[in-house]
Design a protein around this ligand. Structure first.
Ligand code: CMX
Length: 141
């Protein structure tokens, strides 16, 4: 498999409205997109840091992945996402090496990317995501 870069880092927050000013006013980053991903039960806010993005995640449902995470662990680092060249073959490859997948097939995530998660129990405690799709230097959004 081929990973080109860290596509984004996901951070679980209780409120986008409360968290965004820290990233904008203190760190000087610009929130360029806010998007609800119904399938994942989250509302997301994106910032670019070089080739990598920060994705803030606010839960829209206490039974969703982020809702449960915040309930159990509080706000903080939620997942790390790698940009891969071919998501389907990457998933097949890690699966064939005995790594437990959450998603055997990619689904549509924020920003139109194809996404899939590997289980954190198989990745040394870090929820790991593969993404394939639009390149981060594509400024058509
Ligand atoms: N990072 C590391 N470990 C995590 C974790 C995370 N983000 N979320 C859960 N875990 C751990 C839990 O602490 C728990 O460990 P223990 O058994 O040692 O306590 C274990 O995984 C099972 O967790 P759980 O609370 O019982 O939760 P679930 O099994 O219901 O779900 C997971 C866990 C990872 C399978 C689920 O959160 C999932 O499917 N995640 C993928 C989808 C997702 O995260 N979507 C939100 C982001 C969407 C986006 O970026 O757009």
């Amino acid at each position: 498999m081929e990973i080109s870069h860290i596509e984004h880092i996901g951070i679980a927050v209780k409120s986008l409205e409360e968290a965004i000013p820290f990233y904008e006013n203190v760190l000087g980053l610009k929130c360029y997109n806010i998007e609800e991903v119904k399938d994942q039960k989250v509302k997301t806010a994106f910032f670019k840091v070089g080739q990598t993005k920060i994705e803030l995640l606010e839960s829209t449902d206490p039974d969703g992945a982020v809702g449960k995470f915040i309930e159990k662990k509080g706000e903080g680092l939620h997942h790390m996402a790698f940009a891969v060249k071919n998501i389907e073959s990457s998933l097949e490859e890690v699966h064939s090496r005995g790594i437990k997948l959450i998603d055997a097939k990619p689904r549509k995530g924020a920003e139109g990317l194809n996404i899939a998660f590997l289980h954190p129990k198989a990745t040394f405690g870090v929820l790991t995501e593969f993404c394939e799709g639009r390149k981060p230097d594509d400024s058509s959004h």
